[in-house]
Design a protein around this ligand. Sequence first.
Ligand code: MOS
Length: 720
Amino acid sequence: MMKQILKKEPNGDSMNRVDGRLKVTGAAKYSAEYVIPNMVHAVLVSATITTGTISSIDTKKAERAPGVLAVVTYVNAPKIPGYHTGDDPAKKTTTGQPLRIFYDNKIFFNGHPIAMVIADTFERATYAASLVKAQYKEEPFTTNLDMNRTKGTTPGGGRYVDYVRGEADAYKNAPVKIEEEYTLATEVHNPMELHAIIALWDGEDRVTVYDKTQGVKSTQHSIADAFKLEEKNVQVNSHFVGGAFGSALRTWPHEIAAIMGAKKVNRPVKLMLTRNQMFTLVGYRPLTIQKMGLGATKDGKLVGITHESYSQTSVYEEFSEGSTNVSRFLYASPNANTRYKIIPLNVSTPAPMRGPGEATGALALECGLDELAYALNIDPIQLRLINYAETDPEKNLPFSSKYLKECYQIGADKIGWDQRNPKPGSMREGEWMVGYGIAGGVFGAYRGRAVAVAKMMADGSVNIKSATSDIGPGTATAMVMIASEYLGIPAEKITFDLGDSSFPTAPTQGGSATVSSVGSAVHDVCVALRQKVNQLAGRPAEDQSTLNYVDVLKQNNLPVLEITQESKGGDEGKKYSMYSFSAHFAVVHVHAVTGVVRVKKAVAVVDAGKIVNMKTAKSQMIGGVTGGIGMALTEEMVFDDRFGRYINNNLADYHVPVNADVPQIEAVFIDKPDPVINPVGTKGIGEISIIGFAPAVANAVYHATGKRIRQLPITVDKLI
Ligand code: MOS
């Protein structure tokens, strides 16, 4: 891969969002906001039992209600050709299968959709949905993870299977050891924008959707697969997405239902989940119990790390995440072993949520390490430095880049670590106990295959397209900045289009990999475009001196110059271990009488390779740290195991941090390009921004109070 460093534009490191004005003025159109002629509205009806079968379902009243066009249930639902029966042994997998909506009368979880009412207005559909009545045959169920730990299975394959380096459970024989258990509550994504889809059929074999999704190509693929259509006959539009955090990584049953409904009534159908349904129908971060064993010599050298994790999945589908992986390589211990079990419960299937696996795993490892630091009487940062992994102890490979030491140093300076009295419960400001905490994290740096097409017009303006998405990080802005740098023309002359499945392919926006994947394609297409223009001008392809594109196109009688470029990584992953790293710092105040915890100061220092847009990158960090405050102090889906349902599935009772809960957040980037992963040198920010922040808060709460709370969120009842 050719790397060309061009002179950067002034302020090239920070740019306002190219679509910022559209977003703040309401001109940006989100999926549910399209007005399609003849469009009608669908509302889902949810099961009120947790497990069993529908014995009868009465839709008559709903059908007779004003404005109703159809009521779809398993009894009359059009068959979805892509829903296989499950009886075919060739198609049977150990991982179960996604929920097949209106497929049969089985109920797998409380809230399982049992009917869809389609009416001429949303209000009429909502009213008619309240008239659908089902009779059930209930069956026993269980929704309690803790009580069912022994029923866990180990997911097959990859890094989910048990891992041993050196000797298993070696921590047990170490001179100093800790052995503790940490619980992270179920968390929900619940982005501001509700999940929504508009579906319209254009004939028997063509469908167009406006859909909230993180991947227009993956959605195109799954719709084509479900309805057995040609992919080119499925058009997916997702121009703006109002947050997702992982909830829109896959195609959910409500999307299939809307497309099914549009076919049934032969009109465009809009289906938007209610806020209540957002808590059960689009995944969540699964409740996870982790056991951590850490052993060290008296001078702090780790002897053994043992990390066990139990998390929930549904009875119909396996969901797994790498919650123990971080313990295999973040620290240089000669012995390390991990065990991971998932337990099927009568709940809906979880989904990846910001920092999936690592955010959960870092809680156990980084709180455990803090406990070990106190047991050893060694400063927590010092303990991390003593066990710093210069190379990846799991894969036995060098890191492509790692500036975690610098992260510790900068963070310690910025938070004022030297003012911290190491003794727990020793610092006070009036009625408030004061605590300092540190924790860190890692997240894999990935790169997928992406294609971009660039068009240069006669006036020198450039448009680039790729079928990526933007769930909020500012993708188009970053792409414009990359193009500006490698074409050597001002950002104002460049536009970038995304969110359309007819564009050249790009991966789903997930795993913090968009700038790495799509940014590389933009880099490559711009380098190719520049070389082409050089050739047209009779210059060497590599010439980097200033060039008047307009003149070159004019001299060659070219009204437009178009280039498409595919971009993907090679075998770097076999030679290097590639990760983003974080060191998070928090100062908390804990009220001595009421137990209220306030995060007073937050410093997040991240090595994520080169930062393309400092402004939006910092916004990512602010979002991630805010999510970390939620994870540490407020966010918890509470199950009532007697009824098998959530009792707080609304945003009044499920607490996300609000403005008053969030201090000034200082986000700092090392901003050194990774020399290996891709031509731009970026490693990914979205996930690492949250990974490690919650344990930093938990560790700070311990330092403030001397109370170790191992069940997150740390609510006042646990502190007083
Ligand atoms: Mo992310 S959990 O890959 O959207």
